[in-house]
Ligand binder design. Structure first.
Ligand code: F6R
Length: 580
């Protein structure tokens, strides 16, 4: 959470920082701020989004600077708590992403020694500690402060007296961009790619001193050489391309994303073989990625008979880790703190580890033994859509290898199902959802994870409370909530459990629940019980999963649109969750 950007070079820093922060807003957008330096520091910061009030930094001059876009953890999202934070003298400014766990104790000590705080954040202690450690050498002061900090941080620091930006990383992402006589330091490469594709990924414990014309990285007091990678990045993907929202554009990219990601995963024969011989497979993930992982479980257990355990990464630390498992960590961003620590726990228990991610060089790729990249390209909307489709495709590709089957027919059927579902009329369903206070999403078997994902999409962008349930479970409690104000979106497709599903729908209908049935267009039993029927193209189970997913994404999107929500940047959320 939170995005940070730093610059030193020949450009005017403030406009570069503003553009950089705009492209990092998906990491948080409660407040923003910039500090630049000449022979003094100039700081501008404010509550709200930089994309709506960029002119507030017009007083910041100089060719070096740091910036921050915030997702609040400590203190309200207001002007005072916006970064950068400065020390008492105004000589130092810092921006920070992460959490300083011992900040309360550090702050008490600093206050006792006469420091005056102007915010409620954990981060401000860093600026005051640098002030205390300062003996004329800026990098040495920052170096001296780091051992005092417990928790996670990516820090950029600026000093009025020295022409440097100092960067430090511990369990929060930070990359450097190496341009022509100019350097960038950012939470990820998104703000940098317009200027250079040469990226240096900092590692935990690294401190970088960035001067005009040179970057020196050290770790534990020793100079280290970090590899520079050239990254591919589709700049076009970061534009809306005529769509009203990134989310809609990304939904429409899914036929290609599925195909591309499926093909990439099919190339990982070695990993598929490893998985098919595994004594056990564990998959760890959060949110939407967790829902994608559940799909893998249903398919693998059915097709290959290999047991798959799927755990929420945030709960993994409380559970046992059998040492002989293969552990797959799934994360769009590759930076989710819980997924990363779960992966590290698995690695330290001697499990073989595999990452499935969408972001080149992200932290989980460096922590895992092997990585499968999805082919989703940059996903800008906070709500995950095409990245989920990419993860699903990666799992189907692995499954093809595990079961030694040629699934090229599946690749075609899924693509076609997605294309058709992009055009399916969902208006009637949206009309039912818009007025609801609570929605239920129900499915059985493979459609249970699809229902979970449908509900998650709906709640995060429309702010309507939505619950995903295994249809068989809904009688065990949630029935008490059913009424005419709680519509249900139900997946009812021929196959395993179809009759039981129809039975569940009739029971819900008897409680007055308006039903949106997603099933075959010629299913007269479904038409009989559902108030609204949404047809799914006929096809195999893989195609059905993709089709229902797209239909649910579109119901959520158009409901949120009708309610006037901020679809690409829903309140309180951030795309990359780098705190536990
Ligand atoms: C929902 C969404 C989140 C993420 C979750 C994990 O649309 O995007 O639930 O799936 O925060 O993020 P990653 O996949 O980056 O680990």
């Amino acid at each position: 959470m939170c995005g940070i950007v730093g610059y030193i070079g020949w450009r005017d820093a403030a406009p570069m920082l503003v553009e950089g922060l705009k492209s990092l807003e998906y990491r948080g957008y409660d407040s923003f701020g910039v500090a630049t330096g000449t022979d003094r520091l100039m700081v501008a910061k404010r509550k709200g989004r930089i994309s709506e009030q960029a002119d507030c930094v017009s007083g910041c001059h100089g060719t070096r600077g740091i910036g921050h876009t915030r997702w609040a953890t400590h203190g309200l999202p207001d002007d005072r708590n916006a970064h950068p934070h400065t020390d008492c003298s105004g000589r130092f400014a810092i921006v920070h992403n992460g959490i300083i766990e011992n900040y309360a104790e550090l702050r008490r000590g600093l206050e006792e020694r006469g420091h005056r705080f102007t915010s409620d954040t954990d981060s401000e202690v860093i600026a005051h500690l640098i002030e205390e450690a300062w003996e004329g050498d800026f990098a040495a002061a920052v170096r001296g402060v780091l051992p005092l900090l417990e928790g996670s941080y990516a820090i950029l620091a600026l000093c009025a007296d020295t022409d440097e930006v100092v960067a430090a990383r511990e369990r929060s992402p930070l990359v450097l961009g190496l341009g022509d006589d100019e350097f960038f330091a950012c939470s990820d490469a998104t703000p940098i790619v317009a200027y250079t594709r040469n990226i240096l990924v900092m590692e935990d414990g690294d401190l970088a001193v960035i001067r005009r014309g040179s970057v020196a990285v050290e770790n534990g007091g020793e100079t280290v050489v970090r590899e520079t990678t050239y990254i591919d990045y589709d700049v076009e993907a970061s534009r809306k391309g005529g769509f009203e929202h990134f989310m809609l554009k990304e939904i429409f990219e899914q036929p290609d994303v599925f195909q591309q990601s499926f093909r990439l995963a099919c190339k990982h024969h070695g990993i598929s073989m490893l998985l098919s011989r595994a004594r056990g497979i564990s998959v760890i993930a959060c949110g939407t990625s967790y829902n994608a992982a559940l799909l893998f479980r249903y398919f693998v257990e059915k097709e290959c008979g290999v047991p798959v355990r799927v755990d929420l990464a945030s709960e993994y630390r409380y559970l046992s880790t059998p040492g002989d498992e293969i552990v797959i960590a799934v994360s769009q961003s590759g930076e989710t703190a819980d997924t990363l620590s779960a992966l590290k726990k698995a690695a330290s228990s001697n499990c073989a580890t595999i990452a499935i991610t969408n972001v080149q060089g992200s932290s989980i790729t460096r922590a895992a033994d092997d990585t499968i990249y999805t082919g989703a390209g940059p996903e800008i909307s906070v709500a995950a859509t095409k990245s989920y489709m990419g993860q699903y495709a990666a799992f189907v590709g692995l499954l093809a290898g595990m079961s030694c089957s040629d699934m090229s027919a599946v690749e075609r059927s899924v693509r076609q199902a997605i294309e058709e579902s992009l055009l399916t009329d969902v208006n009637e369903a949206v009309s039912l959802c818009v007025g609801a206070s609570t929605l239920f999403y129900v499915g059985r078997g493979i459609f249970y994870p699809v229902a979970l994902e449908g509900a998650l999409k709906m709640k995060e962008i429309s702010y309507i409370h939505a619950e995903g349930y295994a249809a068989g479970e809904i009688k065990h409690g949630p029935f008490a909530l059913l009424s005419k104000d709680t519509p249900a979106v139900a997946v009812c497709l021929p196959g395993d459990g179809y009759q039981s599903m129809l039975g569940n729908l009739r029971e819900m209908k008897a409680r007055g629940t308006p039903l949106i049935g997603i099933g075959y267009g010629d299913d007269i039993d479904l038409q009989d019980v559902a108030d609204v029927c949404i047809p799914v193209p006929k096809g195999d189970a893989y195609a059905q999963v993709a089709a229902v997913t797209v239909i649910m994404q579109r119901i959520a999107y158009y409901t949120a649109l009708a309610l006037g929500r901020d679809i690409d940047k829903p309140r309180n959320l951030a795309k990359s969750v780098t705190v536990e």
